[in-house]
Design a binder for this molecule. Structure first.
Ligand code: ZN
Ligand code: ZN
Length: 621
């Protein structure tokens, strides 16, 4: 039997050596169990199988090449007379990576039973196979065996506790590692960052002597998870200053911070960096880039990125692009893309359906939305979530089918939440169905008693019906319950710095200039026939809230500031924390025409792109 049989034709230049031990190095080159089997046969013939070193090499090769769940390695292991620690570790490791990791715990018990000695390499793979409760038990064993302060073992426990959210136990271990390495530090920083203890994470990060790219990435990711997007970007910039090359994860985190802050220039800078460094655009980076461009109001750019990843588009990437179209009120485009996706044989998931149903509701595509909902349930067998129902209630309600929306809510298999009733209430306001509105409004303040918006909506509905006493009572109730109103705020980012304006805000250093400029703008708008739309104002404000009059809405302040500080003809980008009011919507449309500016305004749920006197939402919002 020639040893060359074991090898593929390309590697058969390895000379055949009749010495029995010559098989052993070949084991490391095997990629298939069939090849290992041939050597195994030779080893049985020659009796090598009973020698410790050849046997452990054979076991390693079997574990490496066997498919997950195969019992072959275990059968071989069970025949070894007195397996050494290396062999135990090998078989434990093989099972910890398999579909039945509990087998490695059973093997460990057997190891204890046989009084086989263990070493630091026994535990890390075992830890990986354990549930939290088992980790705690194993931790006791590790302490008793005297390996608790051994770095490799301690790091694996640290990682396991962090992953299970047991941050206190993780911290306990971290404090007791005598010589921590970069893995210990990174693991602990990540643990704190992921469990909303961002200050603790930062303290460790600052104390760390030798940071690597993972340390930076964990910290940036921690800021993103904690919604501290400015801090995330600042750290990302510091990373550049220190000449640490960001990895894909760091780039993705920074891009999602840009998306949240709407800082297009920084997002573009990162995109250029990716191109310059020839970093391959995979689905993860593709998704965040598409999302960033869509959230910065640049759908064409988003589409360009989407098109670049043609071969291997994941469902998440399709979903990101569909959702981008949806929030930009481009319902038809979202539906076309959804069809493309189905044609390519990609199975949509529940998030894809939330995207495409949102697209229908924002664009008033009632029939399409309903038939997609049915398709989701019947064809794709996806059980509708409360978000999916929310989309349909919104879809029906906005289209004026309030009765139908109510019927659907009554038929839902789950209890309707505040979001569902909120969607219906919005519909009642748009279509002036004040009777249903009163009923829904009352339900909402019971369901969500700490949300100021719910009271204001109900008071507005009473006011619209002319029931001023009732309206005042709701206001009083809100005051008595000490529910404070969420102030409207608008963010505009200029030269990499975000400026935030609140309704009636006079704290900005350039407030004087802004108010002078606004009066001039107002003059020009009036010449164009602007009449303040006070419906929302009357409904939204109390008498004494004079200072937050309609002219002081945060988006007007931000747009005015944008007109002062940016070049003529350039785009103004605003992020509003609430829904934009009708008057600010009108004003923005007029400014876009009179001053020839594109204004991209992202409100709580969607985008308004004002251009040449029109809005991309076609006033359907
Ligand atoms: Zn407004
Ligand atoms: Zn709009």
């Amino acid at each position: 039997m020639a040893a060359t049989l074991l090898l593929s034709p390309t590697t058969n230049h390895i000379p055949f050596n009749p010495e029995p031990t010559s098989y052993i190095p070949l084991l490391e080159k095997c990629s298939y169990t069939a090849q290992v089997n041939q050597i195994h046969a030779q080893m049985i013939k020659t009796g090598l199988v009973h020698q410790t070193i050849p046997a452990s090499k054979l076991l390693t090769a079997l574990c490496k090449t066997s498919r997950s769940g195969s019992t072959y390695p275990l059968q071989f292991f069970n025949r070894i007379q007195e397996p050494n620690t290396f062999m135990w570790n090998t078989i434990i490791r093989a099972f910890s990576n398999s579909q039945n990791p509990e087998q490695s715990i059973l093997l460990y018990c057997q190891m204890l039973h046989n009084a086989a000695p263990h070493n630091p390499y026994t535990f890390p793979f075992l830890v990986k196979a354990c549930t939290l409760e088992e980790i705690q038990q194993l931790h006791c064993h590790i302490i008793k065996s005297g390996f608790a302060s051994e770095l490799y073992t301690a790091n694996s426990l640290l990682h396991a506790y962090n992953k299970s959210g047991c941050i206190v136990s993780a911290g306990w271990i971290f404090d007791r590692i005598p010589y921590r390495d970069v893995v210990s530090w990174n693991s602990m920083i990540d643990g704190y960052a992921q469990s909303s203890q961002i200050e603790k994470a930062r303290r460790l990060f600052d104390q760390m002597q030798e940071k690597n790219v993972v340390s930076w990435t964990s910290m940036i990711n921690g800021y993103v998870v904690s919604c501290l997007f400015n801090e995330a970007l600042e750290l990302f910039q510091e990373m550049q200053v220190r000449r640490v090359e960001p990895d894909k994860v760091a780039l993705a985190c920074a891009l999602s911070a840009c998306a949240q802050l709407g800082t297009l220039d920084q997002g573009q800078w990162i995109h250029t960096y990716i191109r310059r460094k020839r970093i391959q655009l995979d689905n993860v980076l593709g998704c965040v880039l598409v999302d960033m461009y869509a959230k910065c109001g640049e759908l064409n750019e988003a589409m360009a990125v989407f098109k670049k990843i043609e071969e291997t588009r994941s469902v998440s990437l399709w979903t990101a692009m569909i959702t981008g179209f949806a929030v930009h009120s481009q319902g038809r485009e979202a539906l076309d893309l959804f069809e493309d996706m189905e044609e390519k044989g990609i199975r949509p998931n529940e998030i894809t359906f939330t995207g495409v149903l949102t697209a229908c509701s924002y664009s008033g595509l009632v029939e399409e939305g309903i038939s997609l909902f049915e398709k989701m349930v019947k064809h794709y067998k996806i059980r509708p979530s409360i978000e999916h129902y929310g989309c349909i209630v919104d879809l029906l309600g906005r289209a004026g089918l309030i009765k139908e929306a109510e019927v659907l809510i009554a038929a839902m298999p789950m209890k309707p939440n505040a979001a569902i009733w909120g969607a219906l209430l919005t519909a009642c306001r748009i279509h002036r169905d004040y009777e249903t509105g009163t009923r829904v409004g009352n339900t909402l303040i019971t369901l969500d008693p700490n949300d100021s918006g719910r009271y204001i909506n109900l008071a507005n509905i009473f006011a619209a019906r002319g029931e001023w006493n009732q309206a005042a009572m709701v206001r009083k109730m809100m005051k008595e319950r000490k529910v404070s109103k969420l102030p409207g705020s608008s963010l505009i980012s200029l030269d990499g710095k975000a400026h935030e304006f609140f309704a009636g805000d006079r704290s900005h250093p350039e407030t004087q200039k802004i108010h002078v400029e606004w009066s001039q703008i107002l003059g020009r708008l009036e010449e164009e026939g602007y009449i303040p739309e006070t419906e929302d104002l009357q409904l939204d404000l109390e008498e004494e809230e004079k200072e937050t009059s309609i002219y002081c809405h945060s988006e007007k302040l931000a747009v005015t500031f944008g007109l002062i500080r940016t070049e003529p003809g350039s785009t103004i980008r605003i992020i509003k924390n609430l829904r934009v009011c009708r008057d600010c919507h009108n004003v923005s449309k007029l400014i876009s025409k009179v001053y020839d500016r594109k204004i991209i305004m992202r409100d709580r749920s969607r985008y308004h792109i004002f251009k040449e006197g029109h809005c991309s939402c076609r006033d359907y919002w």
